[in-house]
Write a protein that binds this ligand. Structure first.
Ligand code: SF4
Length: 267
């Protein structure tokens, strides 16, 4: 179990990153189904490669439930080839559509309206869906209040002495969820902080960190809790992509540099 100071640390990190970079506008997509396809395709590859695959699907007019359902497997494989592991990913996308058809009559509305824990369990039972993918679907397609833990999150909490990189996914997820939920509660009880947040939101030009251009899903309406989980994950990706590199982290330029334990610099 974490100490209260871990929670405070994470809130401070969130505030520092948000002040530095503003809104990140995750997840970049036009529809919920596109978020789900992207969540599958982004496994073990860069977003640049996913973007190419998504554009191919869109150009072919099949970046939708009906399109993926009706597409022959070899054609689907060919269209998503750029995302790597394309045969495996094509099969998994087909399995997702079969799951949606079987349990929810092909309705994303019905699927995403399920209670968070029930749907999470179901998604985790699908071939190729681990906690990061399940939580990405829940948070970014369904606006469910879950935090997404990725490799960047693990690296940052490890280097800052909060939790080891090998800590169970659930332990890290629960820590972030609890800390950020407390911040949302505090902000709603303290207008001054909320005002500051609004001002920051206006100031944030969306051009730093891992910010995306405005999109229907990236700017969708959501609760304050979902918003902060969404934002924090985007901010962490920004840290991981540009500063907290696997080897030779760029701590000197990172907004979290002043929070390093005992001013240590990881090698
Ligand atoms: S780059 Fe350095 S300061 Fe930034 S998160 Fe990583 S370890 Fe911390």
């Amino acid at each position: 179990m974490s100490s209260p100071s871990q929670d405070e640390q994470l809130i401070t990190y969130y505030q520092a990153l948000f002040r530095a970079w503003g809104r990140q506008r995750w997840w970049p997509a036009r529809t919920r189904f596109e978020v789900i396809v992207g969540a599958y395709l982004t496994q073990n590859t860069s977003w640049t490669n996913v973007g190419i695959a998504l554009r191919s699907l869109r150009a072919a007019g099949v970046l939708n439930l009906k399109g993926i359902r009706n597409l022959a497997l070899p054609q689907l494989e060919s269209l998503i080839r750029s995302s790597g592991y394309f045969r495996q990913k094509a099969r998994r996308l087909k399995l997702f559509v079969a799951f949606l058809d079987t349990y929810y009559g092909g309705s994303l509305n019905r699927m995403l309206a399920q209670p968070t824990e029930k749907l999470r369990e179901q998604l985790l039972g699908l071939n190729g869906v681990g906690p990061e993918t399940a939580d990405s679907i829940l948070l970014y397609a369904g606006q469910h209040p879950v935090f997404v833990v990725d490799a960047y999150t693990r690296r940052i909490v490890d280097r800052h002495g909060i939790l080891p990189a090998t800590a169970p996914y659930e332990e890290i997820r629960q820590l972030f969820q609890r800390a950020l939920a407390a911040d949302v509660q505090r902000a709603s009880a303290a207008p001054a902080v909320a005002d500051l947040r609004t001002r920051n939101q206006k100031l944030g030009n969306g051009s730093a960190g891992a910010a995306h251009r405005p999109s229907a899903m990236g700017t969708a309406k959501r609760s304050a809790l979902v918003q902060i989980y969404n934002e924090m994950h985007g901010l962490i990706v920004g840290v991981g992509k540009s500063y907290c590199l696997k080897s030779k982290p760029r701590c000197e330029d990172c907004p979290l540099q002043s929070f390093l334990p005992q001013a240590s610099t990881p090698g």
